[in-house]
Design a protein around this ligand. Structure first.
Ligand SMILES: O=C(O)C1=C[C@@H](OP(=O)(O)O)[C@@H](O)[C@H](O)C1
Ligand SMILES: C=C(OP(=O)(O)O)C(=O)O
Length: 421
């Protein structure tokens, strides 16, 4: 086996980037429909799916719980299930996949027996206490002593229903997890928000749409409470749309290079929240002075790196929970920008301020960008390397979390990328 690459060095582009790319399937949708298919009795064919660390961890966990998950080709899963998840005989290891950990923590309440849900060292620092507390309020025996994974759930195989409040200000995934679990309850479940706000509301819409495709019924009067009817899920065939967060890197590469990149999917057809980033990217090099990232959080690394080349400074607000993603993204972005040029960025409370350099090509430095095992830090700083000479990206393999073909996709557009030391 080859040792993982230490770094990739990227040459600045000398011409606009042009061409057609194939985007990976949506991580968010793939992990929702994998779980829903696992909770549905019968056979579901999922096409357009993402095959990456995050979704393969989900698929493997479902197999451990008695679901058959086959991979007939590079973008499909065939899921066969009895509709009931069984207790696995070993802990579920889910890497740093937030969706898989949160969704399976709640779904494990439907299992008769014990499930331990955990991941890697980074995941062991990502908060899950609000979700565990909500499960406890529903009468489920769930514990996470550190407030982060691993979580141990002792289920009875039956969920009674009821009402539960949850503070989802740290992660909307807690609500999505409860909603999907609630579809398999014996009586209706009402979920309402107790916290001041929810990070990315659009992800709740994505969850409800996927649940409805699998036959569930969800009612909501506003954006703060939902009632899920009992009845379980019906197996179905589902076409997964491309990943909007992945699209942001290509949109940015197009804007930064003045190029023309065809992502093969109409922007208006995306249902994921990060598609909203397109409007900001399109405004480059006149991005707004203040960008609210609350509803497009995964696009912020892309937008922040673009802001290094904007005509005017940009302040990113509404990004407090970027600090509890794969790494503290606000700190990672500021620190790596400052290593390129100390004046590039500043953290102010939870805001990130980016100050463009009027002549970035003169910034030539030999900077090896630390990526903190975070795919989005690696993918976004690759965009900076298109403009600034001398940058290399450490641990480039971390893009496998959601976009394993990222480097090949850039190469196919003409970007010159070489193994570093
Ligand atoms: O529900 C989802 O699919 C996601 C929700 C967001 O996380 P939070 O809800 O934790 O902010 C996002 O950052 C993540 O990549 C995917
Ligand atoms: C935050 C992310 O992932 P997750 O929470 O699903 O691990 C992401 O993909 O940017």
């Amino acid at each position: 086996m080859n040792a993982p690459l230490q770094s990739l060095s990227i040459e600045p582009i000398t011409a606009p980037l042009k061409g057609k790319v194939v985007l990976p399937g949506s991580k968010s949708v793939t992990n929702r429909v994998l779980l829903l298919a696992g909770l549905a009795r019968g056979t579901s064919r999922l096409t357009g799916a993402l095959k990456s660390d995050d979704t393969l961890y989900m698929a493997q966990a479902l197999r451990q719980m008695g679901v058959s998950v086959e991979q007939p080709d590079a973008t499909s899963f065939i899921v066969r299930s009895t509709g009931a998840l069984q207790a696995p005989d070993a802990p579920l290891f889910l890497g740093n996949a937030g969706t898989a950990v949160r969704f399976l923590t709640a779904a494990s309440a439907l299992v008769r027996g014990t499930v331990v849900v955990g991941g890697d060292a980074n995941m062991a620092r990502r908060p899950i206490a609000p979700l565990v507390a909500a499960l406890q309020r529903l009468g489920i025996d769930a514990t996470a002593p550190s407030g982060c994974p691993p979580v141990t759930i002792h289920g009875t195989g039956l969920l009674d229903g009821g009402e539960v409040e949850i503070d989802a200000s740290l992660s909307s995934q807690y609500v999505s997890a409860l909603l999907m679990m609630a579809g398999c309850s014996r009586r209706p479940v009402r979920i309402s928000l107790s916290g001041p706000h929810i990070g990315a509301q659009g992800y709740i819409g994505l969850t409800i749409a996927a649940m409805k495709a699998f036959g569930a019924s969800v009612a909501s009067t506003d954006d703060t409470s939902w009632t899920v009817a009992p009845g379980g899920y019906t197996a179905t065939d589902f076409r997964i749309e491309p990943d909007a967060s992945a699209a942001t890197y290509l949109w940015a590469a197009q804007a930064l290079s003045g190029g023309d990149i065809d992502i093969g999917f109409p922007i208006a057809d995306f249902t994921q929240p990060d598609a909203a980033a397109w409007r900001v990217i399109r405004s480059f090099p006149h991005m707004p002075a203040v960008i609210d990232g609350s509803q497009m959080q995964d696009a912020i690394p892309t937008l922040a790196v673009m802001a290094m080349f904007n005509a005017t400074p940009v302040r990113f607000v509404g990004i407090a929970n970027l600090r509890v993603k794969e790494c503290d993204r606000t700190h990672a972005l500021a620190t790596q920008m400052q290593r390129i040029n100390p004046g590039y960025a500043r953290e102010e409370g939870d805001d990130l301020l980016v100050f463009p350099d009027p002549d970035p090509s003169a910034t030539a430095k030999n900077v090896r960008i630390e990526t903190y095992d975070d795919h989005r830090i690696a993918m976004s700083f690759a965009l900076a390397a298109l403009k600034i000479p001398g940058l290399s990206i450490l641990n480039p393999g971390c893009v496998a979390k959601t976009f394993p073909a990222y480097w090949d996709t850039l190469r196919a557009l003409g970007v010159r990328i070489h193994p570093g030391d």
